[in-house]
Design a protein around this ligand. Structure first.
Ligand SMILES: [Zn+2]
Length: 269
């Protein structure tokens, strides 16, 4: 896998015969108290000193990822559109910068159903963002959560569920990574002997959680389960030669995971 071009809001990589495109929707700032130690305890001062902050806040990139097989494009997550903070919602601009015509996006699939992943289905002006979309895939455990979003009502009946272990595309396998949300999933994309895990919200704060994967996130539906999923995916990536792509890794958020001093390290590509 290597990067073949990039701009302010996108980076394009090869993966076997596929193109993987990182698309920057924007960022969101969060207070330090979102980081939680086991037992839902706040992190101590020693750990705080290791984290990169912007104006005293955690700054999370918000990324979506496209897979282009030459004929059609699959989009994993869609950004926030205008449904949350105005620091997000640049996905349409990122797609344009990457040269991806929105009509070519035939499948959209979600790692989970939080605001910053699903609302990009609808543009701020109310139009559908992806007029050529014929498949919309939501983790089975979260179909009800998706159908509770009134802003996305026009898509409620179109949404189909998938299960962990299912092939949701020729080269794309869903892998359960529950914890951050009840159906949180990642997608293993394979081509030409190369593999990447598009892992959603497995890591929120890369400056800390590779080194200290036991640190969880206040918004995890189940922090303990999220910890177990994070450890399992980090080990899979490091030991079995998978690249990773993260929704909240610093944009473009694509790289390798290696083991380091009993813990893990991220090496951006
Ligand atoms: Zn998220």
């Amino acid at each position: 896998m290597h990067r073949i071009e990039s701009g302010r809001l996108h980076s394009t990589y090869t993966l076997g015969d596929l193109r993987i495109i990182s698309l920057r929707d924007g960022h969101v700032d969060m207070p330090l108290r979102r980081l939680r130690q086991p037992g839902d305890k706040p992190i101590g001062d020693a750990l705080k000193g290791q984290i990169s902050l912007v104006d005293g806040q955690l700054r999370l990139s918000v990324n979506a990822f496209a897979i282009d097989d030459g004929s059609a494009v699959t989009l994993i997550d869609t950004g926030a559109s205008n449904a949350w903070h105005p620091t997000m919602g640049r996905l349409p601009e990122a797609l344009d910068e990457a040269g991806i015509e929105v009509e070519r996006i035939s499948t959209v699939m979600f790692t989970h159903t939080h605001l910053d992943h699903i609302h990009g289905l609808v543009l701020p002006d109310g139009h559908a963002a992806f007029p050529g979309m014929t498949r919309l895939l939501v983790p089975n455990e979260e179909l009800g959560l998706f159908r509770a979003e009134a802003r996305l009502e026009r898509f409620h009946s179109m949404a189909r569920s998938f299960e962990a272990g299912e092939f949701v595309g020729t080269n794309i396998e869903a892998i359960g990574a529950h914890g951050h949300e009840v159906g949180h999933s990642c997608f293993r994309v394979s081509s030409g002997g190369e593999r990447i895990l598009v892992w959603g919200d497995t890591v929120h704060v890369p400056s800390l959680q590779f080194k200290r994967p036991e640190v969880a996130w206040e918004f995890d539906a189940d922090q303990e389960q999220a910890r177990e999923s994070r450890l399992r995916l980090l080990a899979l990536a490091a030991d079995d030669d998978h690249f990773v792509a993260g929704a909240h890794l610093d944009s473009p958020g694509v790289g390798r995971v290696t083991r380091s001093n009993g813990s893990f390290q991220f090496q951006p590509l």
